[in-house]
Design a protein around this ligand. Sequence first.
Ligand code: NAP
Ligand code: GCO
Length: 267
Amino acid sequence: MGFEEKFSLKGKVALVTGASYGIGFAIASAFAQAGATIVFNDLRQESIDKGMAAYKEKGIDAHGFVCDVTDEEQVKAMVAQIEKEIGVIDILVNNAGIIKRIPMIEMEAKDFRQVVDVDLNAPFIVSKAVIPSMIKKGGGKIINICSMMSEFGRETVSAYAAAKGGLKMLTKNIASEYGQYNIQCNGIGPGYIATPQTAPLRETQPDGSKHPFDQFILAKTPANRWGEPEDLQGPAVFLASEASDFVNGLILYVDGGIAAYIGKQPS
Ligand code: NAP
Ligand code: GCO
């Protein structure tokens, strides 16, 4: 096999959850460029329509499904339909996620549960739905989109940190339990990436100045910039391809160096 073929996704079917825009869209677009057939889902038909138009603009013939990843029955029905109409899912990216930024002692239990439901329980539900066919087919790849909050805490994100920390351990457990079936389950831990999820942290202030969080992130990031969704494309293709067949249970931090850095010294 040629070296480039090791990174090819030709003939593979990839399901990327919550991929109408943002990180999921960038990852799915890279998979398509590497040769995969793209399937994505989102909560509303409106998001699917927007996503389909965006993929089409890039020349990608994607398949979109309305499906709430926290609903096991909906997920089972979607996976069955994909397997029947498109093929067995070779690559799953658990990307759909939400965040609620609320100080912990002000947060209601129902909000905490909702974040854990989308960011942790759903990756369990979707992985559980695709693994049996991966086993029958002889292997597969699962990539869980983790976070800096899989390792670190910060004010207001207790539920998100708890869920993403849990997702790191779910990743290691899927690798441990199903590695024997040639299934590799790894995580990507993005740093701070410019998407709608982080838009409130980057908003220009009424006086025209940058949001204080913007300076905070630049000072924390040796690369001295926010990440772009495209920064995740190479790492995702690597973890979806044969090139990573002996990599299992890894969380690959794609963070411009945040996790390595103690922070900028005072000038
Ligand atoms: P985003 O811009 O908010 O996009 C998230 C996507 O998930 C949206 O398409 C959303 O659909 C979908 N979604 C939410 N709940 C869903 C559900 N129950 N069922 C199906 N789809 C659902 O987020 P992003 O910044 O691209 O982030 C993608 C992933 O990366 C998330 O897991 C996030 O936590 C993680 N992450 C982001 C960053 C960052 O800095 N941006 C860093 C580290 C990790 P709707 O639009 O219809 O709600
Ligand atoms: C926040 C951010 C983060 C990032 C990301 C970091 O409020 O701190 O939204 O949680 O989105 O997950 O890796």
